[in-house]
Design a protein around this ligand. Structure first.
Ligand SMILES: *Cc1c(COP(=O)(O)O)cnc(C)c1O
Length: 402
């Protein structure tokens, strides 16, 4: 697809997030096809990009949602995801979140500790209902990814160890207000090797077999998310190998596979478009100062993540430059040593692979308005989130002015 970034910048201004919805459909379809012949449900991990239009676009194709706050559950419901396709994960669910999730009658709640199980049971007793639950097992596997997005080691805060999981299932089976229907793991994000997921899958499938032998009726086998994508030159996991491996490991179990991809679905659908404000040359460095910043796209600052950055329609001899924003932090950069031609005021830069953990991680730091988001579908562009205004930002503040 050739994109007219200049026309989009004129129409919507910058900074701007642009998502190719046709790409999102094709990612969903590829994964669904890979799971062919197996009962499966793809629960899109809403936190990757929680725009209502993104969720509803996936919902119309049959996707469910994996949510990590009650706000995300509300988004999923509002976007038209069937409640029986919504799961609620996360290490720290509050009482009110648990209550609302149970009242909403979603597919299941993923438990991440014994204490949380007891809270869910208490709240289910108060409501006089049976809570469908699943336990997140921490298989102690090194996913070989960035430490900030690694979640499947015992050092991480996520999930419970195998023995604890077993005790929780035995407890839940006896409880009249808990119904253990699923088992879950999620070992990390941006995974580029199949081996760690395959090891985790094996461990958790073995546990599922043991539990089934003990009379726990596990119906959902949740393999988490984490499928990596290409930002630069990573070799990624083929979805066919991935699905094949999961089918293989679970073939003796009569389960529906749940899968929670976030990044895979949206990362490479997205572009972050930003405008050059100034060039600045110091003794040792060339800086390109742009109107987009770390508050709009945090990944470079937070994880030292790489995003391919290109100048739009500008020629000339390239030299390395740091692409930085106006925020008052030295950590405010979108790219380092980016090969760029000489640039002028108002030239456009496009930051690739910005569809996941981009807007959803953005903030108002430095009292910057959060940017607009647009969707491209079948050659048309439309706005899916208006640009924030200063008034939007201060709306909830109370100023005791003299
Ligand atoms: C973040 C998260 C995901 C999605 O991870 P991706 O790397 O974006 O696929 C899935 N499941 C859980 C429980 C998560 O916390």
């Amino acid at each position: 697809m050739s994109l007219d970034f200049n026309a989009l910048a004129v129409k919507y201004d910058t900074p701007l997030y642009i998502y190719n919805f046709d790409y999102i459909s094709s990612q969903y379809e590829a994964l669904k096809v890979a799971f062919g012949g197996q009962k499966s449900l793809i629960n899109y991990a809403v936190k990757a990009n929680s725009n209502l239009s993104v969720i509803s676009h996936l919902a119309t194709q049959g996707a469910g949602a994996d949510c990590v706050s009650i706000g995300e559950v509300r988004r999923a419901l509002k976007a038209g995801v069937s409640r029986y396709k919504i799961i609620f994960s996360g290490v720290g669910k509050s009482d009110s979140e648990i209550k609302e999730a149970l009242e909403s009658d979603i597919l299941l709640i993923n438990l991440e500790s014994e204490a949380e199980m007891k809270r869910v049971e208490l709240i289910a007793i108060e409501l006089g209902i049976e809570a469908r639950i699943s336990v997140r097992v921490n298989p102690n596997i090194d996913p070989k990814t960035h430490p900030y997005i690694s979640t499947g080691l015992h050092d991480n805060k996520f999930g419970v160890e195998i023995d604890m999981a077993k005790r929780m299932y035995i407890y839940a089976k006896k409880s009249s207000n808990l119904n253990p229907v699923g088992i879950h793991f999620h070992i990390g994000s941006q995974l580029t090797q199949l081996e760690p997921i395959s090891e985790a899958c094996e461990i958790v499938a073995d546990l599922a077999k043991t539990l089934i032998a003990l009379g726990v009726e596990i119906k959902f086998f949740d393999v988490g998310g984490g499928l990596g994508v290409v930002y630069k030159d990573e070799s990624t996991i083929s979805v066919n190998d991935y699905a094949q491996m999961i089918k293989e490991k679970t073939k003796k179990l009569d389960v529906t596979i749940l899968c929670e991809p976030g990044r895979y679905m949206v990362a490479n659908s997205g572009y972050f478009l930003t405008k050059v404000l100034y060039e600045k040359q110091t003794d040792s460095k060339r800086f390109v100062i742009v109107d987009g910043a770390m508050n709009d796209l945090l990944r470079p600052s937070l994880y030292d993540a790489y995003h391919n950055i290109e100048a739009v329609g500008v020629d000339g001899e390239k030299s390395p430059a740091d692409v930085v924003g106006p925020v008052c932090e030295s950590g405010d950069f979108l790219g380092k040593d980016v090969e760029l031609p000489p640039l002028e005021h108002n030239d456009l830069l496009v930051v690739h692979s910005a569809g996941a953990y981009g807007f959803s991680m953005s903030s108002n730091y430095n009292t910057r308005n959060r940017v607009a988001e647009i969707a491209l579908m079948g050659g048309c562009d439309r706005i899916i989130r208006a640009r924030e205004s200063f008034e939007d930002q201060i709306r909830l503040e109370v100023a005791y002015l003299q």
